[in-house]
Design a protein around this ligand. Sequence first.
Ligand SMILES: *[C@@H]1O[C@H](CO)[C@@H](O)[C@H](O)[C@H]1NC(C)=O
Ligand SMILES: *[C@@H]1O[C@H](CO)[C@@H](O)[C@H](O)[C@H]1NC(C)=O
Ligand SMILES: *[C@@H]1O[C@H](CO)[C@@H](O)[C@H](O)[C@H]1NC(C)=O
Ligand SMILES: *[C@@H]1O[C@H](CO)[C@@H](O)[C@H](O)[C@H]1NC(C)=O
Ligand SMILES: *[C@@H]1O[C@H](CO)[C@@H](O)[C@H](O)[C@H]1NC(C)=O
Ligand SMILES: *[C@@H]1O[C@H](CO)[C@@H](O)[C@H](O)[C@H]1NC(C)=O
Ligand SMILES: *[C@@H]1O[C@H](CO)[C@@H](O)[C@H](O)[C@H]1NC(C)=O
Ligand SMILES: *[C@@H]1O[C@H](CO)[C@@H](O)[C@H](O)[C@H]1NC(C)=O
Ligand SMILES: *[C@@H]1O[C@H](CO)[C@@H](O)[C@H](O)[C@H]1NC(C)=O
Length: 478
Amino acid sequence: MSTVSSFITFTIFTIFSISCVAEAVGVNWGTMASHPLPPVKVVKLLKSNNINKVKLFDAKADVLQALSGSNIGVTVGVPNVMLRGLNSSRKAAESWVHDNVTRYVSNGGGGARIEYVAVGDEPFLKSYGEQFHPFIIGAATNIEAALNRAKLDKVKVVVPCSFDSFESSSNSSTEVHFRSDVNKTMIELLTFLNKHGSPFFVTISPFITFLQTKNISLDFSLFKGTAHPHKFSRKTYKNSFDLSYDTVITVLSKVGFPNMEIVVSKIGWPTDGAINATSYLAETFMKGLMNHLHSNLGTPLRPHQPPHETYIHSLLDEDQRSIAAGNFERHWGLFTFDGQSKYHVELGQGSKSLVNAQNVEYLSPKWCVVNNNEDLSNATAKALEACANADCTALSSGGSCFNITWPSNVSYAFNSYYQQHDQKAESCDFGGLGLITTVDPSEDRCRFPIEIHTSHAEFYRMSSFLWMIILVTTLLAS
Ligand SMILES: *[C@@H]1O[C@H](CO)[C@@H](O)[C@H](O)[C@H]1NC(C)=O
Ligand SMILES: *[C@@H]1O[C@H](CO)[C@@H](O)[C@H](O)[C@H]1NC(C)=O
Ligand SMILES: *[C@@H]1O[C@H](CO)[C@@H](O)[C@H](O)[C@H]1NC(C)=O
Ligand SMILES: *[C@@H]1O[C@H](CO)[C@@H](O)[C@H](O)[C@H]1NC(C)=O
Ligand SMILES: *[C@@H]1O[C@H](CO)[C@@H](O)[C@H](O)[C@H]1NC(C)=O
Ligand SMILES: *[C@@H]1O[C@H](CO)[C@@H](O)[C@H](O)[C@H]1NC(C)=O
Ligand SMILES: *[C@@H]1O[C@H](CO)[C@@H](O)[C@H](O)[C@H]1NC(C)=O
Ligand SMILES: *[C@@H]1O[C@H](CO)[C@@H](O)[C@H](O)[C@H]1NC(C)=O
Ligand SMILES: *[C@@H]1O[C@H](CO)[C@@H](O)[C@H](O)[C@H]1NC(C)=O
């Protein structure tokens, strides 16, 4: 009997501890891409990599449908532009919850496992100014009330905060506090979260900290044992992650929330579009992060208490994400836009390395390049025009195509435009300078991508097919 019960205890303990570890790491899944991988394929990608939590930036129907029945924990997002409307109207909040949460959760037994509603996406970002501040608490309160009314009180309301909400005094790096313009709203937010037992969602970005802080070394950012340690609040820090995490804890403690649960809502390392944004360094960073999280060491201020959950930023590259913060913004993915892994990392959930997306349907193996037989005096201007509407971030300083010579860089720009426009012949014109080729112009690290089929592209092809039938029928009839 005692053997049986200890076996049961052991089994329960094992299941519990496995599920604890297995639940700790998720990914951000953004869809700001000209040709997003179909949601059903993305969900398969998540499953084959044992990723069982995703954070979305919105609540797209096709994405939530694909996640239904997957048993993946989901954070749905309220875009910042909706905060004003959701603050001023409880009815709007109720519709939002009904249309974007309730509908999917109560989809029979096989609904989506929605765990959080993220109200806004880093609305305190310094570059936004104060435009969203007046609406955040009201919107969060209305969404919370709407969830309660819908009997979805297990779904928690959170507000993902950017790391630039924190600041250190100009004369001392150990004196940290909230930025003065967010201080008041932040304290209201913490009071709200505390009342509802919701965690504080915060971005920690050793990459951006490295770019912006003179005294932070790459080794310190990459969890390298050789890094020069930093002192902060009479503790010694060996990596940038711990230092940032404890900065958050310190500030929350100061304003009266020392035990607030923390979720790292965004963390990653980009692979292109900036100096030191490479797959090699991203792999080093991710391996360091995973080892650190799974070591259960915690941080000097919270030993043996790693973050409640950590969401890697991000799952896939997105060629239409805003590059206001830098050209690297389109290259955060563990996977390229088409679901192919960029490097090896064990996410600590059973898989030894990342598994690629399967059966990806690409457009034809065709590229658009500059026609060297033409007068190229206007080629650079045409390339810049193309770049304004396409993705040329790989050409930027430190990028994977920074080193290709003129006019190959013009070809890169032409091709990006051509692919983003579904390889339509007229999108490779450029005043007669464009030429469609079946010879891959990629060189070394600089890949000239081919886009993937999307339902949009499919629709375009289908509709031209339909037009042809109509045309032929009309001709035959006449
Ligand atoms: C937010 O909503 C409340 C309640 O409707 C309203 O009184 C307040 O003026 C709104 N805030 C802003 C800044 O519009
Ligand atoms: C969510 O619901 C609102 C209100 O019904 C709707 O306007 C919106 O388009 C929906 N989707 C997203 C992604 O917010
Ligand atoms: C340095 O910071 C401390 C605490 O923030 C402040 O009291 C002090 O006046 C500052 N000193 C100077 C020289 O700015
Ligand atoms: C933030 O607000 C709290 C509470 O009102 C106050 O004690 C603190 O001094 C403020 N901090 C800053 C940096 O404005
Ligand atoms: C820079 O970092 C080193 C090593 O941690 C430290 O000794 C030094 O005081 C720091 N300098 C500044 C200006 O923070
Ligand atoms: C990071 O970038 C700097 C500047 O280009 C370069 O000198 C350094 O070698 C890079 N470090 C690594 C590890 O790639
Ligand atoms: C270059 O562009 C200018 C202005 O659009 C135009 O007048 C000129 O003919 C172009 N040159 C060539 C070689 O196409
Ligand atoms: C670019 O090319 C130059 C010369 O070939 C080389 O010295 C440099 O290291 C290259 N830079 C990058 C980022 O590949
Ligand atoms: C291509 O390279 C040339 C020469 O280095 C430069 O003037 C031009 O701006 C580059 N074009 C693009 C699109 O990067």
